[in-house]
Design a protein around this ligand. Structure first.
Ligand code: SAH
Length: 591
């Protein structure tokens, strides 16, 4: 008689035709099959002989399983233990093999297609990719089975290998946090989750380490799913998926009501907060500095211990256009309170919940752009922007918001409140200015009436936008100029006027501006007779201002040049002249 034997057969990931021929033959000949009912496709059991006994291991403990299998094997029956995927991965076969051996029963393993390969096939990609990743780590998060020391996800992430997590969807949020935190993965690292690979109801979610947890949560996937992480996922023609419809990416966002240009400071107070801050910074694609009150060791995060936080915030206050707190709103409010001055000059402040679910615009909703930035951040986190400014709540086009979107400057900021109040109370308001601006912002409301000249205004309120003339005395008006920038110019002697103009217009266009935005051109008095500069002023119909070299040299600038000073007598021509003409000559500039 043959030695009594139990065959451990890998059933494959799900689909009935993904079992091996050898495995199938073993099933067809079996007298007893013990199968993992929760994961093995019961369709496989149709291949068994009619008199084959099939038992679901879910209802049996290890002792009962071993007893059933050993009794049958010792009685000369053919026994198959059917495991999901390949038995080598989390199959818990060692303990069975050992217990059977104690009873004199041999074991043989028939490999199967592991779910990792079923899922990789579903993803349509190779897990190894030259120059990207040549290793794959098959691992899990700790559950009832703890992880041995040194085998943590973050450590694996730091190797750059492609990571595959079994048995881990329940903890995906913490897992991704760890990968981005201690694991050092950038928030845009591709991630994917495959649910019930190769089954008829298979589903795939793609995203990044920063958004995949949320997607899984929304999809409500159970445990029968695998998590994939790594650049290899995107390396073979998959990159375009990153830019698919469901992937929100800040830089691709050109919506006017989400427009924001400027430097952002982000403040985090917890590890999760740091991860959220990184996600936001990456998604916005704007210059950003992340501060954390907790040490992270990450080179791109500034450690700002609690004791020095207030001083840091105060030093940052004017250096950044936006301050984003990853915290409760209350924390942000208390921290910024001593620094707030005026809604026309305060920077934008937002608070974003650690989960990213709510992004609250706290100050400078219009002029400072906090509302626009809140919408944009919410798009990055997949959360909701909380906007409370009265005009927005009522769907009305606030005048200060229109000015901000047009890069225009309000000359009498005191009047903002009364004009917006008139808008809210339904009063008619005359608009004198460029038709294009009117069409972009006010054409949708009957309340704002296009009026040709200020003199013809009959309403009690008016907006004068680069309008020539004055309104009747009793009309309360807001004065706005689109000419809100100064262009500083320096050039070599005798430069072609056309060359200078094309460079200048190209530069403006890069910044989203036009010559109509320019209030003045500024340079050094040694250039007072430079034809190219004078002609630029004429072409654009803009005044040109020349400043003495000694005055320019006293203006602090971001990039002074000793060589220029030697030649012209000032370390900066265009930067210093620009700042001086714009009225910033004596304010120290950000370094
Ligand atoms: N031996 C199996 C793994 C058993 S552990 C194999 O090689 O696939 C159980 C885990 O495997 C599940 O938590 C899930 O992470 C994964 N899994 C099993 N079947 C799966 C499938 N069809 N699709 C996705 N994941 C699956």
């Amino acid at each position: 008689m043959n030695t009594p034997l139990v065959e451990f057969v890998g059933a494959g990931p799900g689909a009935e035709d993904l079992i091996t021929l050898r495995g199938l033959r073993a099933l067809e000949q079996a007298d007893l099959v013990v199968y993992a009912g929760s994961l093995v496709n019961p369709g496989h059991l149709k291949r068994c002989k009619p008199d084959c006994e099939c038992r679901d291991s879910a209802a049996m403990n290890l002792g009962e399983q071993v007893t059933a299998m050993s009794e049958a094997a010792l009685a000369g029956k053919r026994v198959v233990r059917l495991h999901t995927g390949d038995p080598a991965m989390y199959g818990a076969i060692n303990e069975q093999i050992r217990a059977l051996a104690e009873k004199g029963i041999a074991s043989r393993i028939v490999p199967g297609v592991s779910s990792v390969f079923g899922a990789a096939a579903a993803l349509g990609c190779e897990l190894t990719c030259p120059d990207v990743s040549q290793s794959v780590v098959l691992t899990r998060t700790p559950g009832r089975t703890p992880m041995p020391k040194g085998e943590n996800a973050a450590a694996f992430a730091r190797t750059g290998a492609t990571l595959v997590f079994f048995l881990s969807t329940g903890k995906i949020d913490d897992l991704m946090t760890a990968l981005m935190g201690e694991g050092g993965l950038s928030p845009d690292t591709p991630a994917a989750v495959v649910y019930r690979a190769t089954w008829p109801d298979e589903r795939i979610l793609r995203g990044t380490v920063s958004d995949i947890a949320r997607k899984v949560e929304e999809a409500g996937f159970g445990r029968q799913a695998l998590i994939f992480v790594g650049r290899a996922l995107d390396a073979q023609g998959g990159a375009s998926r990153l830019y698919g419809a469901d992937f929100s990416h800040g830089y691709r966002n050109h919506l006017a009501n989400e427009a924001f240009d400027g430097r952002c400071a982000l403040y985090a107070f917890t590890d999760k907060g740091v991860v959220r801050a990184k996600e936001i910074a990456a998604g916005l694609g704007l210059p950003a500095v992340i501060h954390s009150t907790r040490p992270t060791g990450a080179p791109d995060v500034v450690h700002t211990p609690g004791e020095t936080f207030d001083a840091t915030l105060s030093a940052n206050w004017r250096q950044f256009d936006a301050h984003i707190f990853i915290s409760a709103t209350g924390i942000a409010v208390r921290k910024i309170a001593p620094l707030l001055r005026d809604k026309t000059s305060d920077p934008a402040v937002l608070s974003c919940s650690e989960s990213g679910s709510h992004v609250v615009g706290l100050t400078s909703g219009h002029l400072g752009g906090a509302n626009r930035l809140a919408r944009r951040v919410a798009r990055v986190t997949g959360g909701q922007a909380v906007i409370s400014t009265a005009t927005d709540v009522n769907g009305l086009p606030a005048f200060d918001e229109a000015a901000a979107q047009e890069h225009a400057r309000i000359l009498n900021t005191d009047a903002i409140r009364s004009l917006n109040a008139a808008l809210l109370s339904g009063e008619p308001i005359a608009f004198c200015g460029p038709r294009t601006v009117f069409d972009r912002h006010f054409a949708g409301t009957d309340q704002v009436i296009y009026t040709d000249s200020p003199e013809a205004v009959t309403a009690r309120h008016a907006v004068l936008w680069d309008a020539e003339g004055t309104v009747p005395e009793e009309v309360q008006h807001l004065e706005i100029t689109g000419k809100s920038f100064v262009l500083g110019v320096g050039c070599r002697r005798g430069v072609e006027p056309l060359e200078l103009r094309l460079i200048a217009e190209g530069h403006l266009s890069d910044l989203g501006l036009r010559p109509e935005h320019i209030a003045a051109i500024a340079s050094c008095d040694v250039k007072a007779d430079e034809p190219a500069i004078l002609e630029l002023g004429e072409k654009w119909q803009v005044p040109v201002e020349f400043h003495a070299a000694a005055r320019l040299d006293a203006v602090p600038v971001p990039t002074p040049s000793a060589k220029v000073r030697e030649k012209v007598g000032t370390a900066s021509v265009s930067e210093a002249a620009c700042l001086l003409s714009a009225g910033y000559g004596s304010i120290p500039q950000p370094t």
